[in-house]
Design a protein around this ligand. Sequence first.
Ligand SMILES: Cc1cc2nc3c(=O)[nH]c(=O)nc-3n(C[C@H](O)[C@H](O)[C@H](O)COP(=O)(O)OP(=O)(O)OC[C@H]3O[C@@H](n4cnc5c(N)ncnc54)[C@H](O)[C@@H]3O)c2cc1C
Length: 453
Amino acid sequence: MIEPNTLYDVIVVGAGYAGLTATRELLKAEKKVLLLEARDRIGGRVWTQRFDDGTYVDLGGAWVGPTQDRLYALAREFGVETYPTYDEGKSTQYFRGQVKRYKGLIPPLPIGALLSLDAAIKKLNKLSKNVNLAEPWATPKAQHLDSMTLAIWMSRQMRFDVARQFFQVATEAIWAADPAEISLLHALFYTKSCRDLDTLMNIKNGAQEERFVGGAQTIADRLAATFSNQLIFDAAVKAVNHTGEHIHVVTTKGTYTARRVIITVPPVLQSRIDFQPILPAQRAQLIQRMPMGSVWKCYAIYEKPFWREQGLNGLAATPDGHVTVTFDNSPRDGSYGVLMGFVLGNQAKAFSALSEDDRKRSALHSFATFFGTQALNPVRYLDHSFMNEEWSRGCYAGLMGPGVWTTLGPALRQPVGRIHWAGTETSDVWNGYIEGAIRSGERVATEVLMSGE
Ligand SMILES: Cc1cc2nc3c(=O)[nH]c(=O)nc-3n(C[C@H](O)[C@H](O)[C@H](O)COP(=O)(O)OP(=O)(O)OC[C@H]3O[C@@H](n4cnc5c(N)ncnc54)[C@H](O)[C@@H]3O)c2cc1C
């Protein structure tokens, strides 16, 4: 029960996977906990949109793959099944006006470009092995790696334009950002944090291997239902006053008081909370320098996954147009067909300036180019970007540009007095993913419990 004038042991801000996990761990330890959420729903950057006809799509986080053990454990515990992402048949490549089909992981590029692409992937993987995940700023040659963008490294590494263009498609799909926006050190950190580039890119043995029956929000909903009495919706935190012995958290629903506070909201959004006294310079500067990525998801729902009948797996990649990567996002039983197209990085910013009709026209045109004119007539089309969401302002996650890890990195998890920080951006394993959010929730709960209060 939420009682007025209660002194909580801990207030957790944000009911995404990080906040939900932290709350659960603290409740297990019999702490008095309150979870405050700005939205009117659970899940944060995970949001399953369900329609009256029974169809559903994941507008945010969707996939799960090997080594994401905490997420699999939660799914098992809450009875949510997973199923393989459809990838039987040929993949599609569209380049310079030509559609090409191919089997397996090697795209039909000229041999020189292919070798260059392969060498770049191997080199990035190799470089990432040296990253100190717990303290990226302490990585050998950290200053050098953090002094350049991923784009600069790519231009030095790959002589062939074609290789660079396709490498860019992959990196944009991984970071939802132009490689010119990310520091090389951040790219290496993120790569190692998720095992390697192959894991990040692939379906089989990769981050896109499986999806959740009923959508990725189902687990979060079921988890939150176990402590619905400790949760307040529509309670946007406006200010955190930590001058005295106790911390006062001012929200749109009222003011609540606790001994400790855990903030799980994305770093850029922390800048919008009025901390009194203001945060120490390192923390305040850090959260001004972790912009969110840029991505749209475009969904077309069809009566059936018609591309499968043509021996296609629904996977397409192209450096041309708004939609640069597509996946088959149909439900497990294939009872209807769903194509999902990503619009990423700078294309996502440009896409945001289009009208709804023009976005639809552009996305369906791409789907038809890849899979045939049947794609022009979906039963339903919708698209979504978390860039337009007040309580996310971008996706998939906060990113580090050059110089941020090496100058301000130590402030990322460092508590400020009795204020603790979590969220996927603070995780050194599967940073940027749901798995990273869960692990950050566990880590911060332990941190609070170790504080002895
Ligand atoms: C389009 C897209 C695709 C993705 N694909 C995948 C994928 O396939 N697999 C995967 O693992 N991950 C994916 N991700 C990333 C994944 O969704 C996130 O890493 C994860 O959900 C982050 O969880 P979190 O708890 O750290 O943060 P959030 O989910 O952002 O939770 C923070 C919460 O804080 C709330 N909040 C914000 N400000 C305030 C405030 N002032 N007061 C109170 N509450 C506030 C927010 O409403 C939110 O609920 C994707 C994300 C997006 C958007």
